[in-house]
Design a binder for this molecule. Structure first.
Ligand SMILES: [Cu+2]
Length: 154
């Protein structure tokens, strides 16, 4: 009995190792593809990716709820990695969802209470109009809680 059990365990372990090894090889191939694509245009280096924060705050004092940029609106460009830092200066809970031009959700941050701050980092990969919206209760549909930002091509 002991010998059989050991053999079965050994076989299972080997099988698992093979599966992991195959998965690892597949992953390497997938990771290598974008690098190969980038290197296609001669020796040109990939475009620099900027990374920055955009502070926002909230006004829900009227019938229309708004995200407002604290400061100036950046020149959003494809390749930018942007962290929206939303100070909930309103009186209700609010969250943040960023949606790309093709309707893909780039990221969602959970709702925070008044006085709290949420952060959401997204990478802009497509040029065009992106939506920032709040999906708490009826904020989007009844109170128009969304802003549009235009991301320029790289
Ligand atoms: Cu909201």
């Amino acid at each position: 009995m002991h010998t059989r059990t050991t053999t079965m365990t050994s076989t299972r372990t080997t099988s698992t190792r093979r599966t992991i090894s195959r998965a690892a090889r597949t992953l390497l191939v997938v990771l290598a593809l974008p690098l190969a694509a980038c290197g296609g245009d001669g020796d040109a280096a990939p475009a620099p990716v900027r990374s920055y924060e955009v502070p926002l705050h909230i006004d829900d004092s009227g019938d229309e709820y708004r995200y407002l940029v604290t400061g100036s609106v950046p020149d959003f460009t494809v390749g930018d990695e942007v962290t929206f830092v939303v100070d909930n200066t309103g009186t209700l809970n609010h969250d943040l969802r960023v949606v790309g031009p093709d309707g893909t959700t780039l990221g969602t941050a959970a709702a925070v209470a008044p006085g709290d701050v949420l952060e959401l980092t997204v990478l802009f990969e497509q040029a065009g109009i992106h939506q920032l919206n709040c999906v708490v209760d009826d904020h989007l549909l009844a109170h128009g809680m969304q802003e549009f930002i235009d991301v320029a091509p790289a």
